[in-house]
Design a protein around this ligand. Structure first.
Ligand code: NCD
Length: 338
């Protein structure tokens, strides 16, 4: 695909060569993300972040990625802080905001809303999550992480085993990730969820059509014993009719040190898109795994910067120019590796 000026709305728009390109550019962003160098390549460019649902890392990492390339970020957070609270349409909002910006990142509670917004925008729009539908940049950073972690264990994206656990019905990160995995070969997927929160049939069919083996179960222990990756997710309480309904599922599948040690192969990698729900009744990924070397959740968040920097550089057509606008850092950064 041609990245310059493109919208990033769904992982279905990517071919495998596109992924390789994004990952190549993401690798080259490491010196900047790790503050070993500074670049001003996007000096003067403006990102508008429009986040109409709660977010910490997606919003921050979009903003920081843009800042690290030398650009400026403007933010609107929450529907009540925007004129949408006065009844303004997605169309009008997009027309206005795109007059002020070079690129827009948007998160919205309704499926399809970011695509509707993008259709009216005059600048590229990146989907930061549209309801339970998709979260394409999270899928890219997850895949980038999986590739790196597999490589460290001598495996590749074309032959690995993953267990995906939790709220697979409403979890947009796993919808996007699983669709993206259709571009690769020989992936074995085990979906672990309560039957009511199963992965949508369309995603399962797409994976099977791509030749992948898919197992659907509600048994955690047996599912995590022979996998390279366990990918845990939070119950998406905001998508349920009531908190009581979501409560039935909280804490159903918990991964902690004891369960991991008893059932998983020692170098199984633990992932989660975050936030993990750390309340006692949920706690799907226990903090007693925090020091486990296989816990990749903060490597995921760090990789998010690289992937989002790569996307911005590519959408604005400057990926070849990043180093031309580089200079050394002037401050002392005391950053330890994750
Ligand atoms: C996820 C999201 O918002 O879809 N978080 C994220 O962007 N990293 C997952 C979640 O909220 O559970």
């Amino acid at each position: 695909m041609d990245f310059v000026g493109a919208n990033i709305l769904s992982v279905c728009q990517f071919e495998r060569a596109d992924i390789d390109r994004v990952f190549g550019v993401a690798d080259a962003m490491a010196p900047y993300a790790q503050r070993r160098k500074v670049t001003r390549v996007l000096e003067g460019a403006i990102l508008s972040n429009m986040f109409l649902e709660p977010s910490t890392r997606t919003r921050l990492s979009f903003g920081v990625a843009f800042n690290l390339l030398g650009g400026t970020v403007r933010e609107t957070v929450g529907i009540t802080a925007s004129a949408m609270a006065k009844g303004e349409s997605l169309y009008d909002t997009a027309r206005v905001l795109s007059g002020y910006s070079d690129v827009i990142c948007m998160r919205h509670p309704q499926e399809g809303s970011v695509a509707e917004f993008a259709a009216a925008s005059r600048v590229p729009v990146v989907n930061g999550g549209d309801g339970a539908n998709e979260h394409p940049t999270q899928a890219l950073l997850d895949l980038y992480t999986i590739r790196k972690e597999l490589l460290a264990n001598g495996r590749t994206l074309d032959d690995f085993r993953i267990a995906v656990i939790g709220d697979l019905k409403y979890g947009r990160t796993v919808h996007s990730l699983c669709k993206l995995l259709c571009l690769f070969d020989k992936v074995q997927l085990t979906f672990v969820s309560p039957p009511e929160l199963a992965m949508p049939e369309a995603v399962v069919e797409k994976l099977r059509a791509a030749g992948h083996k898919v197992v659907i179960t509600d048994q955690l222990e047996a599912s995590i014993s022979h996998v390279d990756i366990v990918y845990s997710t939070r119950i998406q309480e905001e998508r349920f009719a009531s908190p009581e309904e979501a409560n039935q599922y909280r804490g159903r599948f918990r991964l902690n040190r004891e369960i991991f040690t008893r059932h998983c192969e020692p170098n199984t990698v633990i992932m989660h898109p975050l936030p993990r729900d750390s309340r006692a009744e949920a706690n799907e990924l226990d903090t007693d795994l925090n020091e486990h070397p296989g816990l990749a959740i903060f490597r995921q968040t760090d990789n998010g910067l690289l992937v989002r920097m790569a996307l911005f550089a590519m959408l604005l057509g400057v990926e070849e120019l990043v180093d031309d606008y580089a200079c050394p850092v002037r401050w002392h950064s005391r950053r330890s590796p994750v």
